[in-house]
Design a protein around this ligand. Structure first.
Ligand code: DQA
Length: 157
């Protein structure tokens, strides 16, 4: 019996391309490339395929999520500032219909009031916040767990 390889797409929103230089006291010193290397190592161990996409433009993120319907099995997304504003990204997540995890480097609950609002939190399976880049690895593991059918009754897409 052939094993199906899970394809996980990582989507990062605006200003995450300058991680490492951007407000390091909030977001840490690691670059997006550093985080991607750690994710890739975890994916190799898990036997999964990963793809990475970052854009500073809302419409490009929408386009990529629409495409994910055909070329991915699960999503890990940090919509960054668009978390708090984008109905379009929320709608694109619904369109792609894949299990998605929301990840944030910082703990949004400890920050400004406007960051406590997420327009995607109720269309994702779960959220990881506040543990820096390692949150991407944990979100990846959660998506793999769900795709492997071990979700039990505790959570739904
Ligand atoms: C962020 C939190 C957002 O509020 C912010 O706009 C970001 C990064 C995070 O990863 O902590 O750009 O998504």
């Amino acid at each position: 019996m052939s094993k199906t390889v899970s394809r996980i797409l990582f989507v990062d929103g605006p200003n995450l391309n300058v991680l490492g230089k951007r407000e390091p006291c909030v977001y840490g010193n690691r670059t997006l490339d550093d985080i991607r290397k750690e994710v890739s190592a975890a994916a190799t161990l898990a036997g999964a395929e990963v793809a990475f996409f970052q854009s500073n433009h809302e419409g490009e993120i929408v386009d990529r999520l629409q495409k994910a319907r055909d070329d991915a099995d699960g999503i890990v997304i940090n919509p960054a500032a668009y978390t708090h504003t984008s109905v379009a990204i929320r709608d694109a997540l619904l369109y792609c219909g894949l299990p998605a995890m929301e990840v944030h480097l910082s703990n949004l609950s400890k920050r400004e009031e406007f960051r406590k609002i997420s327009l995607v939190e109720d269309v994702v399976v779960g959220r990881v916040c506040g543990i820096g880049g390692y949150g991407y690895v944990l979100a990846f593991m959660a998506i793999m767990h769900i795709l492997q059918g071990e979700k039990g009754n505790a959570y739904e897409r």
